[in-house]
Every structure is written in structure tokens, then in C-alpha cells.
Design a protein around this ligand. Structure first.
Ligand SMILES: [Ca+2]
Length: 502
């Protein structure tokens, strides 16, 4: 096994490590010379499960009566479900780096997909690996550097799936899919029924690899990062899950039918890409999306069952979340864009506590993906870096009375990028949302009253009745920007490679 080191940055930053508040293990623990807590007890394991692009409305346990997600519903019934969880940036790579580092995109510097991630950040993989855990990532992670540089000693990645099906001489799960609805989109992918059964589908492959990892590491403390590729496009699910849904019987989200004309450039562009899709087309897309969610849910169930069978569930912290949401027909769009509607910034988040404490609890405080790194560290009794900006969810998870944030933030965009032109930033309370769009050089604001308009269909930015709420959130967004550290503007991978040419 080759272990890489980030060198001096790590040494200096470990000097700044702070002790986490007393975690599950901390009372019987000692701090070693690297500042990492060593526990006398058998450490807790971490099983972190995530998917890509999972709208929080697309789970049974979040109130959807049409989708079938029995495994995640079971996990929620055995754990804590966060009703108001948000990503801090609605794009793959930046959001994943926020989860790993507990820092905002403008702070860790991976602001946009294909930006070269800076290695002076400390990731959760490094913290757990340095505490003696077996660390592994199975699935999609989207980093430019080898995951070993982020603390994950073992990796099974998308190319491993490609080799798996090539070796067997069977079709890639995306090779079929009988429909190309996004005709105007240069990233168009066919969707529909896959010819691959679950065993030969990417979701099934990653599920199987996770099961094998648990079997091989059942007697060691482990931190397993299981990251499904879907329900990101291509929405190509195996027939067994496509057969669960009849497109005509599905209900589109209520804001599919919104009548706004003052929409930002990002939403206009998305609608243009989708062309002239009809209501029936949107239902067909929804069927494929739901089917893929259900297939992933099935494979999550296989992993949870194996954890049970091995007797590991009660000493494992289990998390389920997603890097961001999906429009899923909301605002008459699919996929995502440089926008901050709840469709793409609200995410599912479920945490099952070791020992099965707090079963079936629902928490409505505003929480974020930025909080997960410090939460997992505290629960495992490990230190986390001082520059982490998220807050440990442990007080909420344990039902303790605590001061908690009243505003949560999200940002998306890459300054000076050809598209999107500029940034889209959000400040949100439980009652109001404020969004600022650079909007192709024509700045625009959106403001929603989430109490009367939870589906965000009426922009109240010009309504004097909401002037005070708008001013408060404008100020909060400005303060957040001023009070958090900003990384340099790192290059995007393509430019980086050009830059390196002789
Ligand atoms: Ca993503």
C-alpha cells in the first residue's frame, strides 16, 4: 500500500488541530503526539453513503408517496432525519470537497467542476486514516488528484466498473436507454431502461464492492465512503425498477406549473436546453429518475443488510446524503444549473447513531453538508482542523438544547468563467430565502416567502412588504462573505493542463 503525504502543510495544520468536544469515545481516550485522539475502546466505524443529484422530495421518508425508497425509509426510522439540510454549493466536485473538508467552496478553493483541488486542505479521509482507520472510497468522487492524496487508502472507481463490464463482455449499463429527451443539450445522455441487470449495473457493482469491503474489514475500524453515480444523468435503471413506475400515474411537482416570466438567466438557459419537452415528457423523465433512485435504494439496502449480518450496525455511524439536488420537473426544468432553488440546494440527510439512539427523530434546524466532517470527527472522538467552518451536529443528534444558526448559505459559480457569467449566492432562513444572481452582467435578486410559498413560485424581491426580510438576508450574505476566508482563484483543469504545456 502506498501512502502519500501532503508534506509540510499537514504538519503545520495538525499543529492547529483543536480538540473536539467530548464525543462518543473521548472519555476513555488519549491524545497522541499528532494531536489525534486514541481511544481505549474499539473505535466506531463510519459508513458514509451518498448519491449524486438526489432531490429531497424524492424519498418516501421525506413525504413522497409515489417513489419507493424502502431502505432509506428504514434507515430514517432507525435514525435521525434532517428536514432542512442544504448543500453549500450545488455542483459535484465543489460540494464533495465541502463534505470532505467541512469548508465552503470559496474557502477550500474548489469552486467549480474540474478546478484542481488544493492539497493544503485536510480531508476527513486523512483524519480517519491518521487515527488508524482503514479508509476507502467506492464509487464516484470527481477529484483531479488520486484519492490516496485525500486519505483514502483503497478506492474502487467508475473506471473499475467500466473494466468489470468490459472483462465480462457485457454492455455498459448506460449503453442502452431508449430515449434522448434533451435534444439541445451538448451533454445529452440517453435515458430509459438499461439492458444491464442489477449485478452488471453501476449501482449494483458499487453495492457489491461495498459488501465485499465490509466482509474484508469487519474486524478493523473503517471509514467507508460509498458514493453512487446516480441518480445523476444518465437516468438509466434496470428493468426491475423501471417496472415499478407508470409515467402517466406520476405527479409532477406543483412548481412545474408556475407562471413566472422574471426568471434568472440560468433557468432560462436550462429551459432552452430542454427544448420543447411536454408535460408527458417530463413525467417520462421523472419515471426514469425515480427508477434509478429506487435501484440505488435497493443497493443501499444490500449494504445495510450486510452490516447487520456482520453484527456491525450498532458500532457504526451511518450517514446518507447527496452532493446536491435535481430540478426533477421543478420550475419546468430538469438537471441543475447555476441556481439556488430548494430543488437543487436542499438535500436528504439521515444519520443513524451507533446503538440506535434517537430512532425516528426528525430535526428541522438548518444544517448543511459543511457540518458533516466535524460531526463525524466528534462522534468518533477525533479532532478536526481549526479552519473547519461547519458545526458539529452532535448536540442536535443527542437532543440537547443548543444555540443554532438561523441562516444557512449556498453559493455556485466560477468568477470570470465564460459560462456561467459570475456567481449565484443564497442566504436562507426557515421562513425566507434571498438569492443574488450576477446574471450575465445584469444582477438580479430573488426573494421567497417560504411559509406561504414553499415551492418558490413568486419572486417577492420588489415587494415592499418583504423589504425588511430582504435587507436582513442581504446583510447576512455580505457578512458571511466577509467573515470567511477566501482561497485564490485556482485554475480549471483544462486551463491547468494548457498552462503546463511547454
Ligand atoms: Ca453532483
Amino acid at each position: 500500500m502506498i501512502r502519500h503525504s501532503k508534506g509540510m502543510a499537514r504538519v503545520v495544520l495538525f499543529g492547529l488541530l483543536i480538540a473536539a468536544a467530548a464525543g462518543c469515545q473521548a472519555t476513555d481516550s488519549q491524545v497522541n503526539e499528532d494531536g489525534v485522539i486514541q481511544s481505549a475502546k474499539m473505535p466506531l466505524n463510519v459508513l458514509f453513503i451518498m448519491s449524486d443529484q438526489h432531490n429531497a422530495h424524492a424519498l418516501g421518508c421525506y413525504g413522497n408517496t409515489e417513489i419507493k425508497t424502502p431502505s432509506l425509509d428504514r434507515l430514517a426510522a432507525a435514525g435521525v432525519r434532517f428536514q432542512n439540510a442544504f448543500c453549500q454549493t450545488g455542483q459535484c466536485c465543489p460540494s464533495r470537497y465541502t463534505i470532505w473538508t467541512g469548508r465552503y467552496a470559496h474557502s477550500h478553493g474548489l469552486r467549480w467542476n474540474h478546478v484542481i483541488e488544493p492539497l493544503n486542505e485536510i480531508t476527513i479521509g486523512e483524519v480517519f486514516r491518521d487515527a488508524g482507520y482503514v479508509t476507502a472510497t467506492i464509487g464516484k468522487h470527481n477529484m483531479q488528484y488520486d484519492v490516496a492524496l485525500h486519505g483514502f487508502d483503497q478506492a474502487v472507481e467508475v473506471p473499475d466498473y467500466n473494466r468489470f463490464v468490459e472483462g465480462l463482455g457485457v454492455p455498459h449499463c448506460w449503453a442502452e436507454g431508449d430515449w434522448l429527451p434533451y435534444r439541445n443539450d451538448q451533454f445529452a445522455r440517453p435515458i430509459g431502461t438499461s439492458h444491464a441487470d442489477n449485478e452488471h449495473h453501476m449501482a449494483g457493482f458499487f453495492g457489491t464492492e461495498a459488501v465485499k469491503f465490509l466482509q474484508a474489514n469487519q474486524n478493523k475500524p473503517f471509514c467507508l465512503w460509498l458514493s453512487f453515480h446516480g441518480p445523476h444523468v444518465p437516468h438509466v435503471a434496470s428493468k426491475q425498477w423501471m417496472d415499478l413506475y407508470d409515467a402517466d400515474a406520476l405527479t409532477l411537482p406543483p412548481n412545474f406549473y408556475e407562471q413566472r416570466s422574471d426568471v434568472p438567466a440560468g433557468l432560462n438557459r436550462l429551459r432552452q436546453l430542454l427544448g420543447d419537452l411536454t408535460e408527458q415528457d417530463f413525467k417520462k423523465v421523472l419515471r426514469c429518475y425515480y427508477a434509478l433512485v429506487s435501484q440505488i435504494d435497493h443497493n443501499i439496502g444490500r449494504v445495510l443488510d450486510e452490516l447487520d449480518r456482520l453484527g456491525l450496525t450498532e458500532r457504526t455511524i451511518i450517514v446518507y446524503t447527496a452532493d446536491h439536488g435535481e430540478m426533477m420537473g421543478e420550475h419546468r426544468a430538469c438537471r441543475k444549473a447555476v441556481l439556488n432553488y430548494d430543488a437543487t440546494v436542499r438535500v436528504p440527510m439521515i444519520i443513524r447513531m451507533p446503538g440506535g439512539r434517537q430512532r425516528g427523530v426528525v430535526i428541522d434546524e438548518l444544517v448543511g453538508l459543511v457540518d458533516l466532517m466535524p460531526t463525524l470527527c466528534e462522534m468518533a472522538g477525533l479532532n478536526f482542523p481549526k479552519k473547519v467552518k461547519g458545526s458539529s451536529l452532535v448536540p442536535l443528534l443527542e437532543g440537547r438544547k443548543t444555540e443554532w444558526r438561523e441562516v444557512i448559505f449556498s453559493e455556485i459559480g466560477y468568477p470570470q468563467h465564460a459560462f456561467p457569467p459570475g456567481m449565484c449566492t443564497m442566504a436562507r432562513t426557515k421562513e425566507h430565502k434571498y438569492v443574488h444572481h450576477d446574471n450575465a452582467g445584469k444582477p438580479m435578486e430573488e426573494s421567497f416567502d417560504l411559509r406561504s410559498d414553499p415551492w418558490e413560485t413568486v419572486n417577492q424581491a420588489a415587494n415592499p412588504e418583504y423589504a425588511e426580510a430582504l435587507a436582513t438576508l442581504r446583510k447576512a450574505l455580505k457578512q458571511w462573505n466577509e467573515n470567511t476566508d477566501h482561497a485564490p482563484l485556482y485554475l480549471i483543469e483544462k486551463e491547468f493542463r494548457q498552462h503546463r504545456k511547454p
